[in-house]
Design a binder for this molecule. Sequence first.
Ligand SMILES: Cc1cc2nc3c(=O)[nH]c(=O)nc-3n(C[C@H](O)[C@H](O)[C@H](O)COP(=O)(O)O)c2cc1C
Length: 211
Amino acid sequence: MNPNNQPTVVIDTIPQTLADLERDTWKQLVSAPTRKKGAGFKTLTLATRSDEGADARTVVLRQADEVQKRIWFHTDRRAVKVIQLQAHPQATLLFWDDARQIQLRLVVRTTIHISDDVADEQWQQLWVGGRKTYLSEQQPGSEQPGPYPGFPERLGEDLPGQEESEAGRINFAVVECQALSMDYLHLSRAGQTRARFTYHGDETTMQWLAP
Ligand SMILES: Cc1cc2nc3c(=O)[nH]c(=O)nc-3n(C[C@H](O)[C@H](O)[C@H](O)COP(=O)(O)O)c2cc1C
């Protein structure tokens, strides 16, 4: 505690070289899905292009691969974001880690997996609680006569059985995001750190930026 009784923000030591910074950042992304609720990078904002201009929403980070520079999240294949990504596959992923005071902005090219091995594999790993929303009879974003919970109303707070949950597979999609670039920003009173990493196949261009 400092003299004002405010908790002191502890910020991890930031690696010194651009290569260390890039490696450390991907390690944080890879480990985020298994960290506790509320931890940094567990959720992200997905920004897309729409006919009206721009759109954005929160999604859960499901997996990251530091070698391939890829990120995966799950969604309902009927969702508006899927239609937007099919029309404009390039998107921006915005991450924030409050404890470490790090923002990441990744420009990505997306691929939507619906009826393939990637979607099958992720579906197999999804527990029944995660599968519940894919049982929704209503298209996400469709107008309803009253509040609709996003799954069959008879389920209430119950979980579907394993066999029953399989009916959600038809609505399930995995969005794979291939990073094209990553803008890194670390906030600190001692000085901000900003860098840009650009990915061209196996090559990575690294550059310090003014914050
Ligand atoms: C904390 C949080 C996590 C969410 N995770 C997901 C997710 O992983 N996938 C998803 O499709 N929607 C997720 N949502 C809901 C979306 O933010 C959004 O409301 C919904 O998917 C409809 O978006 P769309 O109309 O742009 O397709 C989440 C919302 C919150 C608040």
